[in-house]
Write a protein that binds this ligand. Structure first.
Ligand SMILES: Cc1cc2nc3c(=O)[nH]c(=O)nc-3n(C[C@H](O)[C@H](O)[C@H](O)COP(=O)(O)OP(=O)(O)OC[C@H]3O[C@@H](n4cnc5c(N)ncnc54)[C@H](O)[C@@H]3O)c2cc1C
Length: 508
């Protein structure tokens, strides 16, 4: 690491620095009123946040016939033995009021003629529970509303175009802000009494992903080198039906299409999912992803056929998917859509309690970069937008009722993030997809670990390399198959399900 002499900005006493402006960061910021909040983000929310790309919607027990118990039970079942039941119950119980809060703030949820919410069914939910907005544009509409309120809020100061590179130590094991670099290369140390990480997922560490390019596990890298505990890092969810038209990131064909009856066929026009799982197209996401992976490996180009199930309704019901297909000259009303599995969601992250508190004083994490134990080995569809507002809201309310001690940075150091050249980045992404992808085994994972160590020797401890090292190290250690983690050399689940916790020094 390099010592830097740089400009430092000290935020007012008690002010909160939030890193990331997706749903988790913005909702937390709004709920912190009237405390001063500075939201630092590398890109504007509509471009850099996965939240704005969400298609399906937000899950909550909003139907009069649904219950929080049922939502929690589905969440626990999806997580394959590793969900913390208390956390699942918090999500399911507090979720409906948080969704109603979004509606109150102005999110135009789709409604039936009687005014009640239109709720759709997604895989592994025991009843229709996913609130949608204007078809498949939930994320965009929710973020528009959040940005509008954040702009109007007196207590929020946006710091747009700043990428956090490392955290500032307070010299006593705690965190006192972040070091950020602007697009023009200038750097600024931002000293804050409380820092909240909200940088989203890790898809950008892999060659094929549905995530925005900024989703490169920066929070995981930054927090890990400061000694923070990480949880369940090996669990990555692969979305089975990314649209395979050679784009980076890959556009998504939402699961709701299969919910509406779309089928998976291969290049011989044969429906294949029933050969792999009795639930066919609505089997759990990781089963469908592995089946598609197997069809690709066998050279039988898998495709999602929506012609009968959606047909002429495509432009109205699934406008985002329709536009993505048409931009590649595929008309999904008349042709099947080529698909491939892509990294979509990270179940693991910086370990936190139910209020976003990490193992380091002065540091919180919310949204996808955090790991409360909610998702276990696999995330239930549409639970992540809900997680962002339930646990973001709880973190904010806890901060408001607590005394926040003053923290100052003892020494400002920089991670050599800019050393991640496009070549280093591509080598990492190819390696992660090849050896730490849908199917994994010890030999490939160990080879990948050696490759990452080589890249660290070359360019230093850049955040994406550290985050990848933690994911791969955890994947090596988990000698079983569970949820999103499938090991060819250990294809069965162990008798006992145990969450994994790791700190960076454990890998040295
Ligand atoms: C295509 C797609 C569809 C999805 N559909 C659904 C769905 O229907 N329902 C559902 O519940 N979930 C869905 N998800 C998952 C869900 O969108 C995400 O898990 C969730 O939005 C994460 O929110 P977040 O606020 O934690 O992160 P994000 O929304 O990704 O926001 C992260 C923010 O951090 C910023 N950032 C990153 N690194 C830095 C840094 N170093 N410094 C400063 N800023 C930084 C980014 O620019 C961004 O502003 C989908 C995801 C994708 C990709």
């Amino acid at each position: 690491m390099t010592d830097w002499k740089l400009d430092t900005k000290r935020l007012p006493n008690g002010a909160v620095l939030i890193v990331g402006a997706g749903l988790a960061g913005l909702y937390t910021a709004l709920k912190l009123a009237p405390r001063p909040v500075y939201v630092l983000t590398s890109r504007r929310s509509k471009e850099g946040a996965a939240s704005a790309w969400a298609q399906g919607g937000i899950a909550a027990a909003l139907d009069p016939n649904d219950t929080a118990e049922s939502h929690a039970a589905d969440t626990i079942a999806a997580g394959d033995g590793l969900v913390d039941p208390d956390i699942a119950h918090i999500l399911a119980t507090e979720g409906p009021d948080r969704v109603r809060d979004l509606a109150r703030l102005g999110v135009p949820f789709d409604r039936k003629e009687d005014g009640s919410l239109y709720l759709s069914l997604e895989a592994a939910h025991s009843m229709p529970r996913v609130a949608r907005v204007k078809g498949d544009t939930a994320g965009r509409e929710i973020i528009n509303v959040m940005v509008k309120h954040a702009r109007a809020a007196d207590h929020i100061t946006p710091l747009i175009g700043w990428r956090a590179e490392s955290l500032l130590s307070d010299g006593h094991g705690g965190i006192a802000g972040a070091l950020a670099r602007q697009d023009d290369g200038s750097m600024l140390g931002i000293e804050a009494d409380l820092t909240v990480l909200a940088t989203g997922g890790v898809g950008g560490l892999f060659a094929v992903t549905t995530n925005p390019k900024t989703a490169r596990g920066d929070s995981l890298g930054m927090a890990a080198v400061m000694g923070a505990q990480m949880r369940d890092m090996e669990f990555v969810q692969f979305h089975p039906t990314a649209i395979d038209i050679g784009r980076d990131p890959a556009p998504l064909a939402t699961e709701a299409l299969r919910g509406d009856g779309a089928i998976l066929i291969n290049n011989t026009s044969k429906r294949f999912m029933t050969n792999y799982h009795p639930d066919g197209e609505l089997a759990p996401r990781d089963d469908v992803a592995r089946a598609i992976f197997a069809e690709i490996a066998a050279g039988r180009k898998p495709m999602l056929d929506c012609r009968k199930a959606v047909g002429d309704h495509f432009p109205d019901h699934f406008p985002t998917v329709f536009d993505a297909c048409m931009s590649a000259n595929i008309d999904p009303r008349t042709a099947a859509i080529p698909v491939a599995p892509a990294v979509h969601y990270h179940m693991g992250g910086v370990a936190t309690d139910g209020y976003g508190q990490t193992s380091l004083p002065g540091l919180l994490a919310v949204g996808e970069c955090s790991a409360t134990g909610l998702h276990g080995a696999n995330r239930l569809a549409s639970n992540s937008l809900l997680e962002a507002i339930v646990f973001g809201g709880r973190a904010a309310e806890k901060i408001l009722e607590s005394e926040v001690p003053e923290r100052t940075a003892d020494k400002i150091r920089s991670q050599p993030w800019l050393a991640m050249t496009p070549e280093v980045s591509q080598t990492l992404r190819n390696g992660m997809t090849r050896f730490c992808g849908v199917r994994r085994k010890a030999a490939g994972l160990n080879q990948l670990m050696g490759q990452i160590d080589g890249l660290i020797d070359q360019v230093g401890r850049a955040n994406p390399l550290i985050a990848s090292r933690m994911i791969v190290g955890s994947a090596i250690a988990r000698e079983e198959s569970r949820g999103g983690h499938f090991r060819d050399d250990h294809p069965d689940a162990a008798n006992k399900a145990v969450s994994s916790y790791i700190t960076y020094d454990m890998l040295d």
